[in-house]
Design a protein around this ligand. Structure first.
Ligand code: AMP
Length: 422
């Protein structure tokens, strides 16, 4: 059943606790913290503008980084309040703690259409523990709960679900924000009965991270295209040589089982026919994390085995061409995980080719292209194609869990459309 939408609420004069995802990248500059990318703030503006225009009194809650339950000045949301005020063109008040007398007084003093941003909820360890007493302290700040933080919805924390349960128990309503609804629509409803052919592209580092998604999508897809380091475990399973490539020996059986399921269901399951490899040479240096730094020498393409001293880093040009041809005929495309180590330009061509093919299918014959969050979204943006796909998810871990079919605590706690409305 559909979740209750923020558009269905009567919010005038009411205090709305709005959970947003403001976990933005920041860096230290001239003694202060500067926001590097405001995409996550921008994504919440439609919900904010709707609520403000309807005269809600907004109490915004979010987390930033991993302060582990302590006050950490570099992880304060204060710079976000300033940025949000500029982006909205209206004042945003800031409370330097998310609970307590000051926050309660600030929330109580809000007038219709005014906004208060609370300090990082993770400055309290009780947030991640989903502590009911802490959740009740948050709940005292508002009458209605709205969750627009899809990126944090896979966490059962106080601000993502505990507070909702309490507001509901006290007779309030819990609804989904506009961004949350779009995520649920594209990653959920649109994939229930997809226009066919439905082509799924899966890449990334590990088979073990993606196997649940592969398994679930084998029930729905017409074709699955495999790329990324995960392809080497499949190669190994077929008796191929993988050199120094990232593989998961323990998951050879998992890989073969997925292929067998595809065969039984008549799902086309394509593995790369060629690979961009390079020879890693130890530089004798260590990176910031204390790990050895390798120089990746002599990038080249192989179509069969990977030599013992080499490592695979991208799908090869023949595979990219073949995958692009499959995507050209798709009506629905779902993509999760890059085709290679795209962060290094020498190994980004496969990922860029797939991004371009998804964009072309969308532009040329209206295919629905859905990018399932995390690194694939970064890769699409890096290729300058961000606005050209049908939907790019804002959730990394959350989108993966949702695609696996796992219930997200931040979603299940929201009322259904038939539920009581405020
Ligand atoms: P994931 O989070 O599982 O989607 O994995 C994304 C990461 O996998 C990115 O940081 C990529 O650089 C990395 N990756 C993809 N393909 C390869 C590869 N062939 N070798 C090493 N890393 C890879």
């Amino acid at each position: 059943m559909a979740k209750l939408s923020v558009t269905d609420l009567n919010v005038t004069g009411k205090r709305v606790f709005l959970r947003v995802d403001y976990n933005v990248p920041m860096e230290e500059k001239d003694g202060g913290m500067v926001i590097n990318d405001s995409t996550r703030i921008k994504e919440t503006l439609p919900t904010l503008q709707l609520l403000v225009s309807r005269g809600a009194r907004l109490v915004l809650a979010a987390h930033l980084g991993r302060p582990d339950g302590k006050r950490e000045p570099t992880m304060s949301l204060r710079p976000v309040a300033e940025k949000l005020a500029t982006m909205l063109g209206r004042p945003v008040e800031f409370a330097d703690d998310c609970v307590g007398e000051k926050a309660e007084a600030a929330a109580k003093n809000l007038k219709d259409g005014e906004i208060l941003l609370l300090e990082n909820v993770r400055f309290h360890a009780e947030e991640e523990e989903n502590d009911p007493v802490f959740a009740a302290r948050l709940a005292r700040l508002a009458d209605i709960y709205v969750n627009d933080a899809f990126g944090a919805a896979h966490r059962a924390h106080a601000s993502t679900c505990g507070v909702a349960r309490i507001i509901k128990a006290w007779g309030g309503t819990c609804a989904a924000g506009l961004l949350m609804l779009r995520e649920l629509q594209f990653l959920g409803d649109e994939l229930e009965q997809p226009a066919r052919p439905f082509v799924v592209i899966l890449g990334g580092a590990k088979v073990s991270d993606k196997i649940k998604v592969i398994d679930r999508l084998l029930d729905k897809a017409d074709t699955i295209l495999i790329g990324g380091a995960m392809a080497y475990t499949f190669k190994l399973a077929h008796g191929g040589k993988t050199g120094k490539s990232l593989i998961e020996k323990d998951h050879v059986g998992t890989a073969l089982a997925a292929e067998e399921k595809a065969r039984k269901r008549g799902v086309k399951f394509l593995l790369p026919s060629d690979t961009v490899i390079a020879t890693p040479v130890d530089t004798g240096k260590l990176n910031k994390k204390g790990r050895p730094v390798y120089d990746l020498q002599n990038p080249r393409v192989v179509s069969g085995d990977i030599p013992e001293d080499a490592e695979g880093f991208d799908i090869g040009p023949e595979t990219a061409k073949q995958y692009a041809a499959v995507l050209a005929g798709a009506k629905t495309i779902l993509w999760n995980g890059p085709m290679g180590m795209f962060e290094d330009a020498r190994f980004a061509a496969g990922t860029t080719a797939v991004a371009q093919a998804a964009v072309a299918a969308t532009r040329d014959h209206g295919a629905k292209s859905i990018i399932g969050g995390g690194d694939s979204v970064k890769a699409v943006n890096k290729a300058g194609l961000g606005g050209k796909v049908s939907f790019a998810s804002t959730g990394g871990g959350a989108s993966l869990e949702f695609l696996e079919g796992a219930p997200l605590p931040g979603v299940t706690c929201l009322d259904e459309t038939t539920g009581k409305q405020s």
